[in-house]
Write a protein that binds this ligand. Structure first.
Ligand code: KIV
Length: 274
């Protein structure tokens, strides 16, 4: 047996069993090279549809297609060995019917080899979540701010900052959990509400602009690395890679223009004849 086979990949039930336990570490990745780096530290890697905005410069996630998600999902699977890889279902690939959702989810699982899918929506998606789970598709829910609904909600504003608005968001969390999701992302909701939902539902909550009390946390990798120009309040920049990349590219450009690169170290001499 190869070393590769000896490393067991985490599964959706593994993540489900972490409720109330050691916090679940998650980040997004869209590429094999970042997946390789994340795999050593993360329990869960999300191939988020945020790739539309982060990689492709789109204004919203709405134009992202299933083919885009599958392509990057495959890359992340190739780059990782241990983390559970979850691939986002993009807008338009699952909302029309339970059958449409199953066909799209089956494509994602078959064509990427990932371990689960994520979809946005609470009560309105509960029936679909149950349909998928009953048919062998592990589902991660996503409630609170759901960016795919940008055209109906109007802005990427935090949810539940007025206690009067908590009821429907709590109902969403309960509906997703009761439908059989193995975990739920809670995005941009008031901290006390995220804390309360975490105490209320039996599945792990993964916060992004949620609460430190959530069962896990997730951030968009490029945001926490300082590669995104504008980030929401909930992002902590753990480093600022932008200036380092700028300096490296400027150094390269200068050396190319002055013929200081490549040196003998970076070119191939003729083979030595004996
Ligand atoms: O698409 C994404 O990256 C996400 C995270 C923000 C949770 O859904």
């Amino acid at each position: 047996m190869s070393i590769q086979n000896e490393i067991r990949r985490l599964t959706a039930p593994d993540i489900r069993s972490r409720k109330g336990g050691e916090p679940i570490v998650s980040l997004t990745s869209y590429h094999a090279h970042t997946a390789r780096l994340l795999d050593a530290h993360c329990d869960l890697i999300l191939v988020g549809d945020s790739l539309g905005m982060v990689m492709h410069g789109l204004e919203t996630t709405v134009p992202v297609t299933l083919d885009m998600m599958i392509l990057q999902g495959r890359a992340v699977m190739r780059g990782s060995r241990r983390a559970l890889v979850v691939v986002d279902m993009p807008f338009g690939s699952y909302e029309a019917s339970r059958e449409q959702a199953f066909m799209s989810a089956a494509r994602v699982l078959k064509e990427t080899g990932c371990g689960a899918i994520k979809l946005e929506g609470g009560r309105r998606m509960a029936e679909t979540i149950a349909f998928l789970v009953e048919r062998g598709v592990p589902v991660m829910g996503h409630i609170g701010l759901t960016p795919q609904s940008i055209n109906t909600i109007g802005s990427f504003r935090a949810q539940g900052r007025d206690e009067a608005d908590w009821g429907p968001i709590e109902d969403d969390a309960r509906a997703v959990a009761d439908a059989g999701a193995f975990s739920v992302v809670i995005e941009a909701v008031a901290e006390p509400l995220a804390r309360r939902i975490t105490a209320e539902v039996a599945i792990p909550t993964i916060g992004i602009g949620g609460s430190v009390a959530c069962d896990g946390q997730i951030l968009v990798l490029e945001d926490m690395l300082g590669l995104s120009s504008r980030v929401p309040k909930f992002v902590k920049r753990y480093t600022d890679l932008g200036p380092s990349i700028d300096k490296a590219v400027a150094d390269y450009a200068r050396e190319v223009r002055s013929r200081a690169f490549p040196t003998s170290e970076h070119v191939y001499p003729l083979k030595k004849t004996v």
